[in-house]
Design a protein around this ligand. Structure first.
Ligand SMILES: Cc1ncc(COP(=O)(O)O)c(C=O)c1O
Length: 391
C-alpha cells in the first residue's frame, strides 16, 4: 500500500489493513444486532464478538475469557491500574512504574497519588531506556500492590526486561501490568512467558481502527471495573459492545500473528535507513537512541547533532514522521523519555522517530534516507566529505 507522502510513523498509528476493513463491513451493515439480544441478529453479533475474543487471545497466548474489549490503549491502561488500585487498596497503596511510561500510565498513576493517597515509585532507566530489574526489586515494599512496566517503549523501541520483572512480581505476590500497545503485532507477546497479570493492547497500532483495544486480565486476579452499567464483558466493562471494531481488532490480531515473520524484512529496511543516514552524514553526527539490539524491529530513533528534529521534518514535506510520541507532537520541549535516558536538551531536540510498517518498501526507505541526508546537509551548511567540514 503506497502512501504519499512516505509514511514513517507506524508507532503513532497504522493504516487499517484492507482485510480488517473487509471483515468489519458486514457488521456496519446487515449484521447490526445487539450482542445481548436473544434472536438471530443478536446471536450473529455475539458470535462475532466471541470469535474476535478468541483471535485476540490467540495472539497473546491467553484464554478467551481473559480478554476484555476496551476503547483502546488508554482505557486498558486505566482499567489495569485504577482497577487494581481500587480492588487492592486494602492490602497496600504503593505502585511501581518507570519514568518512561506512556502518559496513559504515568498520568493514571499521578491521579491515584492525588486522589486516593497512593504512592508511586517511578524508576529511572539507563542510557538505552531500559529499567534495571534490581531497581524494581529494591523498590518493592509490603505495601506494593502493582508493578507496571511497558513492554516496548513507543519512542525509542527499547524492549524492557518484562519477563524477569514478571518472575519477581509473582514471587512477591504482586500484580504485574505491561503496556504492550507497541509490541503486540511487532514481536512475539505471550502472557505466560512474560509472567504478566494484565496486558494492554491498542488496535490502531496493529492495523485495526482507532478507538478499540483490549485488556488481558489473568483469571482469578482481582481488578475492579471502571465502567459500570449492564453486565457486558462479564461485568468487567459495561456498554453495548462496539461489534464492528471488535471484529476488526480480532481480524487484525489474527493477521498480526501470521505477519510476525515479516518483521525480519522490516528490521532489515530499518537498518538500511539507519546506515544510509550514517553514511550520508557521518557517524559523529548521528546518534542512535534506544537499545542497539533489544528494540522493536520497526523503530529507528536518532538524534542529528546541530539540528532540531522538528525543523528538519518541516523541511521534508515528502515524508511523514515525528520527533517522538504523537501525543507530544508540536511541543517545543524535548522528549521526556530521551531526557530520562540522559541525553542533553540539544541532542534530545535533534531527535527523529522513524517507524516502519508491514507495507514500507525499499524504494520508500531509499527515498527517505536520501531526503533526510540532503535536507540535513542543507540545514547545517554541509561543505563536503566528513563531519569536520560542518560549519
Ligand atoms: C505505549 C502506548 N500505550 C498506550 C497508548 C494509548 O493508546 P490509545 O491511543 O489507543 O489510547 C499508546 C498510543 O500512543 C502507546 O504508544
Amino acid at each position: 500500500m503506497k502512501q504519499s507522502p512516505i509514511y514513517l510513523d507506524y508507532n503513532a498509528t497504522t493504516p487499517i489493513d484492507p482485510l480488517v476493513r473487509e471483515a468489519m463491513l458486514p457488521y456496519l451493515s446487515e449484521h447490526f444486532g445487539n450482542p445481548s439480544s436473544d434472536y438471530i441478529f443478536g446471536r450473529r453479533a455475539r458470535e462475532a464478538v466471541e470469535h474476535a475474543r478468541k483471535q485476540v487471545a490467540a495472539l497473546i497466548g491467553a484464554r478467551p475469557e481473559e480478554v476484555v474489549f476496551t476503547s483502546g490503549g488508554s482505557e486498558s491502561d486505566n482499567q489495569a491500574i485504577v482497577g487494581t488500585a481500587l480492588a487492592n487498596a486494602g492490602k497496600g497503596k504503593h505502585i511501581i512504574a518507570t519514568r518512561i511510561e506512556h502518559p496513559a500510565v504515568t498520568n493514571t498513576c499521578r491521579y491515584l497519588e492525588k486522589t486516593l493517597g497512593f504512592s508511586v515509585s517511578y524508576l529511572p532507566v539507563d542510557r538505552y531506556g531500559m529499567v534495571d530489574p534490581q531497581d524494581v526489586r529494591q523498590a518493592i515494599t509490603r505495601e506494593t500492590i502493582l508493578i507496571t512496566v511497558m513492554h516496548a517503549n513507543n519512542e525509542v523501541g527499547t524492549i524492557e526486561p518484562v519477563e524477569e520483572i514478571g518472575v519477581m512480581a509473582k514471587e512477591w505476590g504482586i500484580l504485574f501490568h505491561t503496556d504492550a500497545a507497541q509490541s503486540c503485532g511487532k514481536i512475539d507477546v505471550n502472557v505466560d512467558r512474560l509472567h504478566v497479570d494484565l496486558l494492554t493492547i491498542a488496535g490502531h497500532k496493529l492495523y485495526a481502527p482507532k478507538g478499540i483495544g483490549a485488556l488481558f486480565i489473568r483469571s482469578g486476579d482481582s481488578v475492579d471495573s471502571l465502567i459500570h452499567g449492564a453486565g457486558q464483558e462479564k461485568g468487567r466493562r459495561a456498554g453495548t459492545e462496539n461489534v464492528p471494531y471488535i471484529v476488526g481488532l480480532g481480524a487484525a490480531c489474527e493477521l498480526a500473528g501470521r505477519a510476525l515473520p515479516e518483521y525480519g524484512a522490516v528490521k532489515a529496511l530499518r537498518d538500511r535507513l539507519h546506515a544510509a543516514i550514517v553514511d550520508g552524514l557521518g557517524e559523529d553526527m548521528v546518534r542512535l537512541n534506544g537499545h542497539p539490539e533489544n528494540r522493536l524491529p520497526n523503530t529507528l530513533n536518532i538524534s542529528i547533532r546541530g539540528l532540531v528534529g522538528g525543523d528538519l521534518l518541516g523541511a521534508i514535506p515528502e515524508m511523514a514522521a515525528s520527533t517522538g510520541a504523537a501525543c507530544h507532537a508540536g511541543s517545543p520541549e524535548p522528549s521526556g523519555v530521551l531526557l530520562e535516558m540522559g541525553l542533553g536538551r540539544e541532542l534530545a531536540l535533534g531527535a527523529l522517530r522513524l517507524t516502519l510498517g508491514r507495507w514500507t518498501t525499499e524504494e520508500e526507505i531509499d527515498a527517505a534516507g536520501g531526503l533526510i541526508v540532503e535536507r540535513a546537509r542543507q540545514m547545517v551548511g554541509w561543505r563536503g566529505g566528513n563531519t569536520n567540514a560542518l560549519s
